[in-house]
Structures are given as C-alpha cells and as structure tokens.
Ligand binder design. Structure first.
Ligand SMILES: Nc1ncnc2c1ncn2[C@@H]1O[C@H](COP(=O)(O)OP(=O)(O)OP(=O)(O)O)[C@@H](O)[C@H]1O
Length: 237
C-alpha cells in the first residue's frame, strides 16, 4: 500500500535548540501512529510541521504523495488537525463555526455537510449555542467536526484525551472507531496504555530524535513501557 506519510530528515530549530533532529519515518495508508515522548521531546512541533502550521528548517514532508514545501495547499486538502487550540470562535454558534470553515474549503453543499457532522458528533441539539457556553468535551467534539469538514485522508490528534471525563473519553473513542475506516491517524498521547491500544505503529521521540519507530506487532507492551521510562530520563531538547 502507498505511504500516507513519508518524512525524511525533518529538522526544526528554534534559536540554538533543535526541537526536531532528522526525524525520518514512513507510515502506510490506513495506519494509526501513536507518538510518545516526555515533555519537550518535540511531539507538538512534529504535528505542527506535518500539518503545515510550522515550516521545517530542513528535511522533507510528503503527505499522500504531496510535498509540504512545494504544494502546501494540496497537503492541507488531505489533512485535518485536532489540537488543544480548538480553532473555534467562542462567540459564534456551533453551526456558524462549521459553516465558516465549510465555506473556506469551498464545499459545494456546506449546509448538508455541516448538518451531517453535527449529527455525527452528537451536537445537533446545541447547534444554535455559542461555543463559549460549551464544556471541554463538547468543544472537543465540535473541533473534531471542524477537522473533518474536508473529509481528510490523514487526521492529526494532539493529546485528545487531555481534560476529558470518562464519559467524554467513551464518546471520543466511539467516534474515533467510526472514523478509522479508510483514514490514517497520527496521535500524540501521554497515555501509554490508550495510545498503545489504539495504534498500529508507535513512535517514541526524545530530545527531538526518533528513539523507536515500529509496527505494533513487533512490540511487546511491557518492553515498550520500559523503553519509554528510559526516554523520560533523557530530558528535554
Ligand atoms: N515557538 C517556539 N519557540 C521556541 N522554542 C520552542 C517553540 N516551540 C517549541 N519550542 C521548544 O521545542 C522543544 C519541543 O517542544 P514541543 O512543544 O514540541 O514538545 P512536546 O513534546 O510537545 O512537549 P509537551 O509534552 O510538554 O507538550 C522544547 O524545548 C520547546 O521549548
């Protein structure tokens, strides 16, 4: 199968600090990559560069065959990002937020797509409420709908479980399971157990470097936990 992501020697420097140092890996279409690493390892920087929000200092990023430097718009057509910053306008309603993004993408039938997504994330009943009145779980569900507007092939998730109560985690897991068919996922997670359960491939970052990258079938969870504990001791970039 073709690679959804092909990342070569990706390096990102902030001043004299290397947040990413020659990160190289390839991920097949339909895979679910979980990225682990201690605070400051470079996980968010990696997601931000892969999703074209930050420009690499050097190296190449190909998403579904498109080069992020040469064809950033093509890459953006293929991706959706669910991050802490929900990228939603608090003083607009759920419906208005999604309609705004649907129009940005120039969808042919934005109303229908927005209705469909609000239903999928169980927010029909709150569609006319302003986002600032939403709980953390509801805001996250709306940001998932936002990220799916363009029906992306590759979805990036930055610590999606942070701040969710057990019920919201359940809703999120169900939603995620329903979305997996035909899509590639890249998730940053501090939850080793959940991240490992969900993935088909695991990547461990420390000091901006890939310490481990492997398909899950090649990994034993106990050994993996041990490797992770060792990387936490390596400190930040
Ligand atoms: N905009 C920036 N300017 C300067 N340094 C930055 C910037 N963004 C990140 N860094 C540095 O890059 C390194 C990696 O940060 P990053 O946020 O990617 O780590 P992380 O693995 O996501 O951490 P956490 O688990 O705490 O979210 C850190 O040393 C951080 O201080």
């Amino acid at each position: 199968m073709a690679d959804a992501l092909d990342i070569r020697k990706l390096t990102k420097v902030f001043g004299d600090r290397k947040a990413l140092d020659k990160v190289t890996f390839a991920l097949p279409e339909g895979a679910f990559l979980s990225i682990f690493g201690p605070n400051g390892a470079g996980k968010t920087t990696l997601l931000r560069t892969l999703s074209t929000l930050a420009r690499p200092t050097s190296g190449t990023i190909r998403v579904m065959g498109a080069d992020a430097k040469e064809e950033p718009d093509k890459v953006r057509e293929h991706i959706g990002l669910i991050s802490h910053n929900s990228m939603l306008y608090p003083d607009l309603t759920a419906m208005e937020n999604l309609m705004f993004v649907a129009r940005l993408y120039g969808l042919a039938n934005p109303e229908e797509r927005v209705r469909e997504l609000l239903h999928a994330v169980e927010l029909d009943h709150r569609r006319f409420d302003m986002v600032r009145t939403f709980s953390r779980g509801m805001t996250q569900r709306l940001s998932i709908a936002r990220a799916l507007i363009n029906d992306p092939d590759v979805v990036f998730l930055d610590e999606p479980y942070a701040g969710l109560d057990p019920h919201a985690v359940e809703i999120f897991d169900t939603l995620l399971a329903s979305l997996r068919e035909g899509r590639t996922f890249v998730m940053v997670s501090h939850d080793l157990q959940k991240g490992f359960e969900a993935c088909t491939h695991a990547l461990v970052l420390a000091r901006g470097r890939v310490v481990a990258f492997a398909p899950k079938e090649e990994l034993d969870f106990e050994e993996f936990k041990q490797l992770y504990r060792e990387t936490v001791g390596m400190g930040v970039a």
